[in-house]
Every structure is written in structure tokens, then in C-alpha cells.
Design a protein around this ligand. Structure first.
Ligand code: GTP
Ligand code: MG
Length: 214
């Protein structure tokens, strides 16, 4: 994917503020601090377009980022912070539920989990909830740079088993530090969102060690 332009569009508090141009949307969810904003920045090769947070759990809006005239990334509020007031948590759930149920341009949901740890009970709940909607999903294991390569397969298995992921749901290992997994994730997004390819890219080759053909 050739990124010609990327911009922050809106922090939407509800459906009346969602864009109306019908471009495909890729939503990102995951607990606070898992690396959603960092992933957006790495995908767009922007240093600080999506603000990485010092104050987890603050954002309660859907943040829209537009890429070229091709698609939107929609950054969900991070879950997992009890100090968010209960009333706020309810409206969070309602807003996400409505979005997942009714948002026609939504093409793909990325659920982010931390590669270092087994998914939390909340991750498991979120995964089950998301899979119940008929929307293509990909689990993205973040902070891969913090786990040595020799441990990747082991950690990936723990994630698949804990979430109960069927084999057809892709698991993508990602690092916003090294760019690991970026090309594969773009390939997947281009496929699912049916964006016309500008540049030849490798097919998604997730969780396979590089083969030496020489
Ligand atoms: P909320 O906005 O609170 O929901 O958090 P978030 O999911 O957007 O997390 P954010 O991108 O702000 O990252 C949280 C912290 O993790 C920051 O200090 C990042 O620098 C760090 N981080 C994110 N991704 C990576 C990664 O791939 N590798 C490493 N080493 N650190 C990362
Ligand atoms: Mg964030």
C-alpha cells in the first residue's frame, strides 16, 4: 500500500459524527496500552499522528484516521481500566455494539493483544463478542520486539488457545518498534477492504519463518 496521505479526521462520540463517504473501515480494539495508536502510526509511517497515551483509558471516542482516499482506521477506546466510571463503561459498550452491528463500511476488525502475555479474561470476552458479529477478524499480537524470535511460535500458540481462535482466523505478529508484520498486515487489509493495489506486495505470509531459497 502506497501511503500518499494520512490524516486525523474526527473523534466521534456517536453515529451522527461518523464519516459519510462510504470508504472501507478497519477497526482496532484492544486493552489500553496494548499499542493501538503505535500500530496506526507505524502502518502510516507517521511518528505521532495517533497520540500514544500516558493516560490510559482516557479516550472514550472512536478516532477516525483517513488514508489516501482509500480507507479509514478507526481506533476504539482501550478497555481494561476500572477507573473509568461505570456509566461511561456502559456507553462505551453501547457505542461499540451499535458500531459493530450497523456500520456498513466496516470491513475488518483487528483485535490487539500483547504477544508477551496470555490474553486476559477481558481479551477473551472481547474476542468472543467480536466473533459473534459476522465481520472478518484478525488478531494482532503486539510488541513482538519484546519477545525473542525463538519464542514466537510458543507465545502464538498460547494466544490462539486462550482466545479459542479457529485456524482460519489469522494471527499477525507486529512490532511498532521494528515494523515486523507491517507488510503482511497491509496485504491483509488490502485484500479484505478490496483496495485496488498500487504496488506489488507479497501475499500475507503469517507465522511462517522466512525460507532460504538459495
Ligand atoms: P490507549 O490509547 O490507552 O488505549 O493505548 P494504546 O493501545 O493506544 O497504546 P499506545 O500505542 O499508546 O502504546 C502504549 C505504550 O506501549 C507506549 O509506551 C508505546 O511506546 C508502547 N508500545 C506500543 N507498541 C509497541 C511495540 O510494538 N514495541 C514496544 N517495545 N513498545 C510498544
Ligand atoms: Mg491509543
Amino acid at each position: 500500500m502506497k501511503i500518499k496521505q494520512s490524516e486525523f479526521v474526527i473523534s466521534a462520540v456517536g453515529p451522527s459524527q461518523y464519516p459519510e463517504d462510504g470508504l472501507p473501515e478497519v477497526a482496532l480494539c484492544g486493552r489500553s496500552n496494548v499499542g493501538k495508536s503505535s500500530l496506526i502510526n507505524k502502518m502510516l509511517l507517521r511518528r505521532n499522528l495517533a497520540r500514544t497515551s500516558g493516560q490510559p483509558g482516557k479516550t472514550q471516542t472512536l478516532n477516525y484516521y483517513k488514508i489516501n482516499e482509500d480507507l479509514y482506521f478507526v481506533d476504539f477506546p482501550g478497555y481494561g481500566y476500572a477507573r473509568v466510571a461505570k456509566t461511561q463503561r456502559l456507553s462505551w459498550g453501547k457505542m461499540i455494539e451499535l458500531y459493530l452491528q450497523e456500520r456498513e463500511p466496516l470491513k475488518l476488525v483487528l483485535q490487539l493483544v500483547d504477544l508477551r502475555h496470555a490474553p486476559s479474561a477481558e481479551d477473551v470476552k472481547m474476542y468472543a463478542w467480536l466473533s459473534h458479529y459476522d465481520i472478518p477478524m484478525c488478531v494482532v499480537a503486539t510488541k513482538a520486539d519484546k519477545v525473542s524470535r525463538s519464542q514466537w511460535i510458543k507465545h502464538s500458540k498460547v494466544i490462539r488457545q486462550t482466545l479459542g481462535m479457529p485456524g482460519h482466523v489469522p494471527l499477525n505478529l507486529f512490532s511498532s518498534e521494528t515494523g515486523q508484520g507491517r507488510d503482511e498486515l497491509w496485504s491483509l487489509i488490502e485484500q479484505v477492504a478490496e483496495i485496488p493495489l498500487n504496488t506489488p506486495t507479497e501475499p500475507a505470509n503469517i507465522m511462517q519463518e522466512t525460507e532460504d531459497n538459495g
